[in-house]
Write a protein that binds this ligand. Structure first.
Ligand code: C5P
Length: 205
C-alpha cells in the first residue's frame, strides 16, 4: 500500500505520516528533508538558493547533510522552499522519491507533491491542512520548547511567505490532488488527527 500525505508547513502532516507508517507497518519518507538538505548545502557552500545552477549543484549533497542539526530550522525551511522552485532540482530528487514509494510492500511519503507528481497512483491520499494561526501557534510552542525565543507574528509571516511560494510556483505547486481526502487539523488534538487519518486511509485503500 502506498500512502501519500501532502500539506503546508506545520499542518501536522509529518506527525500524521509517521503515525500512519507505524500503524500500517510501512517505511516512511519525509521528502521535505531532501529539499532541506539541498537548501542547507547551498547555504554551507555560500551559494544563492534563487540561482538554478547553484541549487542544482547542491543536489549532490552528501548524506551527512541529512543529519545536520540545523536541517529543521525555519531558516533552512526558507532555503528549501527557494531551491525547490527550480525544475532541475525537483527532477534530481524525483527518482529517489519514486523508488522509495514503489518499493515492494509499499510506503508512506509526506511532502507537497506526493499525490500529484511522485505517486499519483497511491492507494490512499490525504491533504492535511490547518489555519495559519493554528500552525504558527504549534511552531511557536515547538520552538519555545527548544528554548528558542521567537516572535509569533514573525513565525506567522514566515509561514505565509513559504506557503505563498509553495502554492504559486510553476512546477509541482502545493495543491489538493484529485481524489485526496481533506483533513483539517486546526481544532484536533494529535490523537484525534491520527485516528481520523487512519479512518480516511482505510476508507480509500
Ligand atoms: O515539509 P518541509 O517544511 O520540511 O519542506 C521544506 C520545503 O521543501 C517546503 O517549503 C517546500 O518548498 C519544499 N518541498 C517540496 N516538495 C516536497 C517536500 C518539500 O517542494 N515534496
Amino acid at each position: 500500500m502506498i500512502i501519500a500525505v501532502d500539506g503546508p508547513t506545520a499542518s501536522g502532516k509529518g506527525t500524521i505520516a509517521k503515525a500512519l507508517a507505524a500503524h500500517f507497518g510501512l517505511p516512511h519518507l519525509d521528502t521535505g528533508l531532501l529539499y532541506r538538505a539541498v537548501g542547507r548545502q547551498v547555504f554551507l557552500s555560500g551559494g544563492n538558493p534563487d540561482d538554478a545552477a547553484d541549487a542544482l549543484a547542491a543536489c549532490d549533497f552528501a548524506d551527512a547533510v541529512l543529519a545536520d542539526p540545523d536541517l529543521r530550522t525555519e531558516e533552512t525551511g526558507g532555503y528549501a522552499s527557494r531551491v525547490s522552485i527550480h525544475p532541475p532540482v525537483r527532477a534530481a530528487l524525483l527518482a529517489r522519491q519514486q523508488a522509495f514509494a514503489n518499493q515492494p510492500g509499499g510506503a508512506v511519503l509526506d511532502g507537497r507533491d506526493i499525490a500529484t507528481v511522485i505517486a499519483p497512483h497511491a492507494d490512499a491520499k490525504l491533504f492535511v491542512t490547518a489555519s495559519v494561526s493554528a500552525r504558527a501557534m504549534r511552531r511557536w510552542t515547538e520552538m519555545k520548547g527548544l528554548g528558542l525565543d521567537v516572535d509569533r507574528t514573525e513565525i506567522e509571516a514566515d509561514l505565509e511567505a513559504r506557503d505563498e511560494r509553495d502554492r504559486n510556483r510553476a512546477e509541482a505547486p502545493l495543491r489538493q490532488a484529485e481524489g485526496a481526502a481533506l483533513l483539517d487539523t486546526s481544532n484536533l488534538t494529535k490523537e484525534m488527527a491520527v485516528a481520523t487519518a487512519i479512518a480516511l486511509v482505510e476508507k480509500q485503500a
